[in-house]
Design a protein around this ligand. Structure first.
Ligand SMILES: Nc1ncnc2c1ncn2[C@@H]1O[C@H](COP(=O)(O)OP(=O)(O)OP(=O)(O)O)[C@@H](O)[C@H]1O
Ligand SMILES: [Mg+2]
Length: 285
């Protein structure tokens, strides 16, 4: 078994690249005194997938909620394509498709009603809102559910509705807070394929995740957030290089020797000694 380094890698010098999201000295204190972001500096370049990887409570959602205008920073600045979300929140919302970590859909609306309604809220004409509904429902494999009310859908299907809503209006920037949380492995792979397609369409994606393999597979660059601080930022190769030691994991597939009596005792089921008391034939009758 070999651990491979994957990832698409950066393709240009950072100075040559246009910035989609620019964050400087971002600090967020919540009213109860929690400091969730502690001086974050980050540029997300146009056309890249940048993943923010971090454990629970690292400050990922707090960062996302400030980018998407839901929260105001305590100090520092954010620019979305040179627009300040604090000063021009509506303009910034037009530039972004968002999947919140915890969002609520309207339980009594169907999928197609949702897409149409949110398309109109995004400023699409009736005709283009209808056209987007017809494009996005097959793209997210939602055909069989299109007329179903949200309250009757599984969590995974609801997640796909969120993804469709984020893609509405062809926004140039997508901000996805744990887009694959709660999905089964097949559905996760579908979302990964979709994110790769979105990148091919030239959009910028900023996503958060707990999963290292998700960040590895999808990202041009990865930021590691911990305790509200951006501890590392770079391509996968940059991150590997910044680790002082690397390890190679070697797995040899050999036939095991038959278990000896000493290891497994003489019990007829061959249970190890410490498990023998759990053997069904020892269960109290
Ligand atoms: N509304 C709030 N009021 C006070 N503290 C908050 C609030 N929201 C989040 N926090 C705290 O801020 C810190 C960062 O939380 P945040 O939700 O941003 O982390 P996260 O990285 O998204 O975590 P997870 O992976 O669990 O989603 C945590 O200590 C959390 O308890
Ligand atoms: Mg979160």
């Amino acid at each position: 078994m070999r651990i491979e380094r994957r990832g698409t890698g950066a393709f240009m010098n950072d100075r040559q690249r246009k910035t989609a999201i620019s964050i400087r000295g971002l600090i967020k204190h919540y009213p109860d005194g929690t400091v969730a972001n502690r001086g974050i500096d980050l540029d997300v370049f146009e056309g890249e997938v940048l993943s923010i990887l971090g454990p629970n409570g690292a400050g990922k959602t707090t960062l996302v909620r400030q980018i998407t205008t839901e929260l105001n920073p305590t100090s520092g600045s954010i620019k979305i394509k040179d627009v300040d979300p604090f000063l021009e929140p509506l303009k910034v919302k037009q530039l972004m498709g968002v999947i919140p970590q915890e969002g609520a859909l309207f339980s009594h609306l169907t999928i197609q009603e949702h897409l149409y309604f949110f398309g109109r809220l995004k400023g699409l004409t009736k005709g283009s809102a209808r056209a987007q509904v017809e494009r996005l429902i097959p793209l997210l494999s939602l055909e069989e559910y299109r007329g179903k009310k949200i309250k009757n859908l599984s969590g995974g299907t609801q997640k796909r509705v969120f993804i469709a809503l984020a893609l509405l209006g062809d926004s140039p920037i997508l901000v996805l807070d744990e887009p694959t949380a709660g999905l089964d492995p097949a559905a996760r792979r579908d979302v990964w394929d979709l994110i790769r397609a979105v990148k091919r369409w030239g959009r910028t994606v900023n996503l958060t995740t707990h999963y290292l393999e998700e960040a590895e597979l999808l990202s041009d660059r990865i930021g590691i957030l911990q305790g509200g601080e951006l501890k590392r930022l770079g391509t996968l190769d940059d991150l590997y290089r910044s680790v002082p030691k690397t390890y190679r994991l070697v797995y040899n597939k050999r036939r095991r020797k038959p278990a000896s009596k000493r290891d497994y005792g003489s019990h007829e089921h061959g249970y190890p000694r410490d498990l023998r008391k759990r053997c069904p034939c020892r269960e109290p009758r």
